[in-house]
Design a binder for this molecule. Sequence first.
Ligand SMILES: Nc1ncnc2c1ncn2[C@@H]1O[C@H](COP(=O)(O)OP(=O)(O)OP(=O)(O)O)[C@@H](O)[C@H]1O
Ligand SMILES: [Mg+2]
Length: 278
Amino acid sequence: MYKDFFHLREYPFNTTPDPQFLYFSRQHRVALDLLQYGIRARKGFIVITGEIGTGKTTLCRALLNTLDAGTRTALILNPMLSDAQILRVICDEFRLQPARTTKKDLYDTLNAFLLRELAANHNVALIVDEAQNLKPRVLEQIRLLSNLETEKEKLLQIIFVGQPELRALLNRPDLRQLRQRIALHHHIGPLEPDEIGAYIHHRLRVAGEPGRLQWSADAIQLIAQHTHGLPRVINILCDAVLLAAYVAETYHIEPSLVELAIRECGLTPLAPAELPAA
Ligand SMILES: Nc1ncnc2c1ncn2[C@@H]1O[C@H](COP(=O)(O)OP(=O)(O)OP(=O)(O)O)[C@@H](O)[C@H]1O
Ligand SMILES: [Mg+2]
């Protein structure tokens, strides 16, 4: 709707996890570096946690785009699976077709695949998004896969990505064997106040905005205050801001427009208990 008015190639503030829009905040840079390092150095288990809407799924997709052909990956986006199903889904993701599908067959097939990839000097990574939803039995099943190793290195790098509840889940006493194996952990907090303007401008640039839009510092500050640096909320608000600017036929984003958009989106400041942990 407002795309033509602002001369945009695409909508800049969609809430889909499109990795081409990824802005490297300090937190996202560290998380991506850590994932790349963990896979390359075959560190075994890696955990990435983050508040809702902080870019975890976007980061997983960006990671896949950065890995070279020498890395085999499986990305599981919906982990609401049973322990019997998870091995099958992992085999499917690696395009393996075991002759039979008993647990043992699936496990043996994966093991043979991992040894083949090791011989070819390939890295293999399993990425599980929304891992806070994994049932403890499924986590245990995945832990068993981490036993596939040589004397020197892990054959499979396992990356769990999830909301803060994942930390609590991994702290369960019955999962301590798994917890002990976690080599790297990073928590993605919200964007820092000084990153919010850069984030907004980055997404606009990727969407092809030719530089006509002018955002006042006060407008950005108001966005920061009402979104607490949560990227998904920033996107929802900025989309409404652009719509309001389109209706007002202006390229100048002032606090009054942001206030209008805040009301349109029904955004209310979060209660202290709801504030994201940094
Ligand atoms: N660093 C970033 N750069 C650009 N866009 C981002 C960034 N972080 C998040 N976003 C955008 O915010 C929105 C929400 O991101 P995403 O779905 O990846 O979050 P999430 O952490 O996986 O959320 P959930 O906890 O609900 O699974 C998406 O539109 C995404 O593109
Ligand atoms: Mg997600």
